[in-house]
Ligand binder design. Structure first.
Ligand code: SAJ
Length: 432
């Protein structure tokens, strides 16, 4: 009977997992290289924010079911939940996974189970983690067991999703997977699906890759639609009326720490085969440049143009800017020599909208924050130098802006008003 579990990595996945195991009766040792985090947790507090986590950590540290340490110690089961960031060469940085496996190796005992939860490229469990563990002299599948059990929880809902989501467990053999199922069965109410380790690795990566490829199609349709001067949002809305079509939405690019990262872990290991996945990544990564071109076109002919970006977070109604396309767009615009002000009620709460739009020539709504649904075009026009609006988002409310005299352009819709470049061609550029 497994009773003691060591969790390596006390971040967004490791700490909630350790706490849930502890509250379900396991004796848990959480291990982290960050001495400050270890101290904070042992005092019943948390070093990361996640709703409900602090209360849980306080309860399990108080009961003694969770203790935090800096060094790995012997246990029945080891869970590796360390970060796997992406390098500048678009490959997985597996330094932390290697270091965690190396740290377990000297304390590995016959009968142990090692669970890798970190997101990794296919074959990492077999080709990296298992060989490191076998340096102990013990044989995987005979003396100890190994599985990959990828984590798929949404920040903000981690404690709920850890329990409710289905779980995929990939073993290096059937016995490993079945033993890991016993552990997860103690707290998971969703279904548990057993498979092999490499399949589990790919399943995790494919979920976010599917979304990336689907968004790439939507983004490509935006470019196609621009060409035909049709409205991409309407094209997608109507196509999705078909019972077997479900296209996602175009936008300024794909951000966050999962969707723009995970597909590269497949491309890295199957560069010849993963052509569509790579093309989709490139399409989505190219969107900030496309949006930049569109905005530059809107301010063509204006001396020393000033642009205000509305929305900097990677998606609506969050304060997270990781891999945010808006940040890249701002850099691109600045590299073209234009002045850019950025507004975001979640990211820069101290900058008021009034201050952000003062003297601007063009507003660009990049993120569909709830706050931007109720903007008053007339109120804003009074503060701006030129009334121009670019929308990289879906909006059902463009008419009031046109009525207020703005030149409006929306991603994937061609020009709703004559393009400045078209007016220059026709020698009609008199209104700037
Ligand atoms: N986006 C679009 N068009 C869309 C939907 C999203 O351009 O139609 C953009 C967003 O603006 C954002 C990016 O994609 O920049 C990612 O946003 P998201 O909401 O699609 O995904 P994340 O990164 O917040 O969360 C994803 C989710 N994965 C899947 O839906 C398969 C979430 O369920 C996972 O828990 C999370 O990754 C994770 O941690 O892996």
């Amino acid at each position: 009977m497994d009773s003691k579990i060591a969790v390596l990595g006390l971040g967004y996945i490791g700490l909630p997992t350790a706490s849930i195991l502890a509250v379900n009766g396991f004796w848990v040792v959480g291990i982290d290289i960050n001495a400050q985090a270890v101290e904070i947790i042992n005092n019943g507090h948390v070093h990361i924010y996640e709703p409900g986590l602090e209360t849980l950590v306080r309860a399990v540290t108080f009961s003694g079911h969770l203790v935090a340490r800096r060094e790995v110690e012997p246990a029945d089961v080891f869970i590796i939940a360390v970060p796997t960031p992406i390098t500048s060469q678009k490959t997985a940085d597996l330094t932390a996974v290697s270091a965690a496996s190396e740290a377990i190796m000297p304390v590995l005992r016959e009968g142990n189970l090692v669970i890798l939860e970190s997101t990794v490229p296919p074959r990492t469990t077999l080709d990296l983690v298992t060989p490191i563990l076998e340096k102990s002299g013990l044989k995987a599948g005979e003396d100890f067991q190994v599985v990959h059990a990828p984590e798929r929880v949404l920040p903000g809902q981690i404690l709920k999703e850890l329990v409710q989501n289905d779980r995929v467990i990939g073993g290096i053999d059937q016995a490993s997977a079945e033993r890991a199922r016993e552990i997860y069965n103690r707290f998971v109410s969703g279904d548990i699906h057993l498979t092999d380790a490499t399949t589990a690795e790919l399943v995790k990566l494919v979920e976010n890759t599917y979304r990336d490829v689907n968004i790439a199609l939507a983004n490509e349709l935006a470019l196609v639609s621009d060409k035909f001067k049709t409205d991409v949002w309407e094209v997608i809305r109507l196509a999705n009326k078909h019972p077997r079509v479900n296209i996602l939405q175009p936008g300024p690019g794909v951000g966050g720490h999962c969707i723009p990262v995970d597909p590269w872990f497949i491309i890295e290991r199957a560069p010849c085969e993963a052509q569509l996945i790579k093309a989709s990544r490139m399409r989505n990564d190219g969107m900030p440049e496309h949006v930049c071109e569109s905005i530059m076109d809107m301010v063509l002919g204006i001396l020393d143009p000033k642009i205000t970006i509305l929305g900097v977070a990677y998606k609506a109604n969050v304060d997270d800017v990781r891999e945010s396309p808006a940040l890249e767009l701002i850099d691109l615009l600045r590299s073209r020599g234009v002045q850019v002000k950025a507004h975001d009620p979640y990211v820069y709460p101290s900058m008021s909208l009034e201050e952000a739009v003062e003297d601007a020539d063009c507003l660009a709504i990049i993120v569909n924050h709830q706050d931007y649904a109720e903007l008053d075009p007339v109120d804003i026009a009074v503060r701006m130098r030129n009334g121009r609006l670019f929308l990289a988002i879906m909006s059902k409310n463009i008419q009031p802006w046109i009525d207020a005299g703005y030149m409006v352009r929306q991603l994937g819709c061609g020009w709703t008003e004559p393009a400045p470049s078209e007016l220059i061609e026709q020698n009609l550029f008199s209104w700037v």
